[in-house]
Each structure stands twice: as C-alpha cells, then as structure tokens.
Design a protein around this ligand. Structure first.
Ligand code: ZN
Length: 174
C-alpha cells in the first residue's frame, strides 16, 4: 500500500487534532504530555509537529497518533484519514502528479523547518546580546564606565533586533 503521508501532514493541524483527542492545548501551544507523567504542560504542539521538553518525545501528526494509540504506521495514517474525514486515497498508488506534488510539499516543509530553526538561532543570539548589554549597564550602576556607556548606546538597536527576532519566531510558529 502506497501512502501519500505528506497529504496527511498537509491536511492535519496537529493543534486541532490534539484538542480533538481530548488534550487541553493552551494558547501558547502547550499541553500536558501524553507520553510521560506530568502536571505542568511541557509538550509544545505546533500545527505540523510536537515536541515534549520533558521527555523528548516529538514528531509529526502521524507519529503523535501512532504513539498515542499504539498503532502501526499505516493504522495511524488510516485513523487520521477517518477521524478527520480527509478522504485521502490511501489505498491506491499515487499518480505521478500526486507524487510530484508530495515531493514539492516535502521540500517546502523542510524549507519552513530550516527557516524556523534559523529564526530561533537568531532570536537566542539577539537575546544573549541584549542580556549581556543590559547586565553591563546594571552592573556599572552610577559608575558609568566606557564599556557601560558603549552598552547604553547599543542597547536600543539590540532591543529592536530582539523584538524583530521574537516576532519572526512567533510568525513562523503559526
Ligand atoms: Zn513528555
């Protein structure tokens, strides 16, 4: 059986799916992890994947359902197809056109993933820089050293970069 799994990944919003299966996903995208015992929500659900900061579980919608219901890969795909009435032709071979579209979608998904990782790196660098400058200024107190004066000059730009990086991360996270 040839399965167009990318069609499933495209069609499913994992946050909606998690809610559908009874998980209380908060506005920040976190819920209590289904895969380890916890009281505080440390499992982050994005529209296209999840990652638990507590136990390291992660993956796409298919991996989520596979593990949640202890299913085989094809059974997890079939369950998503049924539960969300995707009506995907998962029991016949892909046509060449579908295969091409799936490849394209997969490339696009990878590109998005890379953009997201790059944005996160930029954010953490900006946060480091801002924190460093801020600390220099605070540590200097009334005794304004050259270093602290320089940090003050650079702080507004660092703050701007941090805000911009944060917005970029949020936007890509959806
Ligand atoms: Zn977990």
């Amino acid at each position: 059986m040839q399965i167009d799994t990318n069609a499933i990944r495209r069609a499913i919003d994992l946050r909606e799916a998690a809610r559908f299966y009874g998980f209380d996903v908060n506005r920040a995208g976190f819920c209590c992890c289904p895969f380890h015992d916890e009281k505080t929500a440390s499992c982050h659900i994005w529209p296209d994947h999840f990652y638990c900061f507590g136990c390291g579980a992660g993956g796409d919608a298919i991996a989520f359902v596979k593990r949640l219901f202890d299913l085989s890969f094809p059974a997890a795909v079939a369950k998503l197809n049924n539960d969300f009435q995707l009506g995907l032709p998962i029991d016949r071979p892909q046509t060449a056109r579908e295969a091409l579209a799936a490849q394209r979608a997969e490339r696009e998904r990878k590109r998005q993933q890379e953009r997201r990782e790059e944005a996160q790196r930029t954010y953490f660098n900006a946060l480091d820089e801002y924190t460093r400058l801020d600390k220099l200024i605070i540590d200097a107190g009334d005794n304004l050293t050259d270093e602290a004066a320089e940090a003050m000059k650079r702080l507004p730009a660092a703050s701007y970069r941090l805000t911009a990086a944060e917005m970029e991360v949020r936007q890509l996270d959806g």
